[in-house]
Design a protein around this ligand. Structure first.
Ligand code: AMP
Length: 147
């Protein structure tokens, strides 16, 4: 088996996301692969706790959320030593955008958590499940254990 050359970490900023991020960094180091990161602002989940509880209630909520998401992405990317050109922030369907970014940037492994959120999101289907079934490259689903 060839080594992976470009690993894409899908980050949702959930509580357990650090384990997923650490696994992606570790794999990239082991394979001496490039590591990129993507976060997708899900249109359906604008009140998700991923962005913290201090979202002001003004009309330009999308711009506010984008600013918070960019800051969180930047912080995580810096912790993981991921350079700016390898950080992607998108809007839309997480599953579709993760797959699109992976294809456009020729990632050969996508790393996701197996359960980053609960409740309503589960009714819509799991992002991890969608990525596993539709990505054209390998996908590692890191098992996330609940407390
Ligand atoms: P879920 O299927 O929603 O429980 O999420 C499982 C995993 O999919 C998470 O641990 C992330 O790796 C990835 N993921 C979910 N939502 C997003 C998002 N908005 N942006 C990037 N990755 C995501």
């Amino acid at each position: 088996m060839d080594n992976y050359k470009h690993i894409l970490l899908a980050a949702d900023f959930s509580e357990h996301g650090e384990n997923v991020a650490a696994r992606a960094r570790d794999l990239a180091d082991k394979f001496q692969a490039k590591l990129s990161i993507v976060h997708v602002m899900d249109n359906l989940l604008i009140t998700d706790s991923a962005y913290g509880s201090t979202i002001p209630f003004d009309l330009d909520l999308t711009a506010e959320l984008m600013t918070v998401a960019k800051k969180r992405l930047c912080k995580l990317a810096e912790q993981l030593n991921i350079p700016e050109e390898s950080r992607f922030i998108e809007t839309g369907s997480p599953k579709l955008e993760i797959i699109r970014v992976a294809e456009e940037n020729k990632a050969d492994l996508i790393v996701v958590g197996s359960h980053g959120r609960h409740g309503f999101a589960l009714l819509l289907g799991s992002t991890a499940n969608g990525v596993v079934h539709h990505a054209s490259c390998d996908v590692l689903a890191v098992r996330l254990f609940e407390e």
